[in-house]
Design a protein around this ligand. Structure first.
Ligand code: PBG
Length: 326
């Protein structure tokens, strides 16, 4: 013992003292295989102003993008269509039209980058003139009328080649309707990743800019969960498991890590988390200002979601992180 040190029995710093020691003692890790890149598809390629570095891709540019993503080792992509207003109506007809933009995109990704797992978002909002996830009648979002449309949409995505459909609408009973419809159409191998605990969050703003899909009236509080609540997430989990979900998701990620942890402790199926557009945009803004350092910020945010119990992470950083990953 040197002159000025005292006797302290437990010194946790010993285990942190060298780089290789720290490396070997890590409890959590994040690798490209844990990550899913959300991608927006549109008629023409364009930058998304509120999400620096993210684009809406034309089919041609999408083909190139997914080949690059495949080579980076990502788990997969989640596809969202951005449509012109003239294709939107009150029941989201374009969403169930065979050969629509999203179907073309799904088939293209499976052809150009067969190694990627293709997830598709299932909800009415990209196709809805009301900007809501379900059918609107008399100012209300109608649960049961929406179920059949979601089921048809899911079968359409499966026919185009989707590996997993991901209902993000928060209607009650949709996982069961979708499972029955998929099985009925012969797609028993197509999985369902349910947005199980999706909160009515302020953090979806930039995404709604990207798709021009903001609600035309009101908000989504009658179907998305109240940020004040956590017990409901366990009820939603139980329902989704009983209805046949293969994976369950918490959304957003940051601010909701208690929910990620609680689902990971209670779920018999893998838990996914969505680091949403607002999380990404806030990080971008701070990085651009020079207030936070990019690589360590991204790594820490993804690692913390894995530490909370997420198996996979939907994140707009998937490509960038995977490029920097060694
Ligand atoms: C809509 C949907 C939303 C997101 C994914 N699917 C937006 C919403 O519920 O309004 C948000 C994703 C993000 O913010 O990155 N069904």
């Amino acid at each position: 013992m040197s002159d000025n040190s005292v006797s302290i029995l437990r010194r946790p710093r010993r285990n942190r003292s060298q780089s290789r020691l720290r490396d070997g003692l890590k409890e959590s890790s994040v690798r490209p295989a844990h990550l899913v890149q959300p991608l927006f598809v549109a008629k023409e390629t364009a930058n998304i102003v509120s999400m620096p570095g993210q684009k809406r891709f034309s089919l041609e540019d999408l083909a190139q993008e997914v080949q690059e993503l495949e080579s980076l080792g990502l788990m997969g992509v989640c596809l969202f269509p951005a449509l012109d207003d003239d294709l939107k109506d009150r029941v989201g007809s374009e969403g169930v039209r065979p050969g629509n933009l999203l179907c073309k995109a799904i088939a293209l990704v499976k052809e150009k980058a067969p190694g990627l797992v293709v997830f598709t978002d299932v909800a009415l909002d990209p196709y809805s003139s009301d900007g809501h996830d379900g059918v609107v009648r008399d100012g209300e979002i109608k649960n049961d009328e929406t179920l059949d449309i979601l089921a048809q949409m899911s079968v359409l995505h499966a026919q185009a080649g989707a590996d997993f459909v991901a209902p993000s609408d928060m209607m009650d009973g949709r996982v069961e309707s979708i499972r029955l419809a998929l099985d009925d159409a012969g797609f028993c191998d197509v999985g369902i990743l349910s947005y199980t605990a999706k909160y009515a969050s302020a953090l979806y703003g930039p995404f709604r800019d990207a798709l021009d899909s903001a609600p035309k009236f009101g908000d989504k509080k009658t179907y998305q969960m109240d940020p004040a609540n956590s017990k409901e997430a366990l009820l939603e989990l139980e329902l989704d498991i009983n209805e046949g979900a293969d994976m369950v998701m918490v959304k957003p990620g940051s601010y909701y890590q208690d929910i990620v942890y609680s689902l990971s402790q209670n779920s018999p199926v893998p838990v996914a988390v969505y680091q949403v557009s607002g999380e990404y945009s806030m990080q971008c803004a701070a990085i651009e200002k020079g207030w936070l350092e990019k690589v360590s910020l991204i790594t820490e945010s993804l690692l913390s979601l894995r530490r909370s119990g997420a198996s996979i992470i939907f994140t707009y950083w998937a490509k960038e992180f995977s490029k920097a990953f060694k």
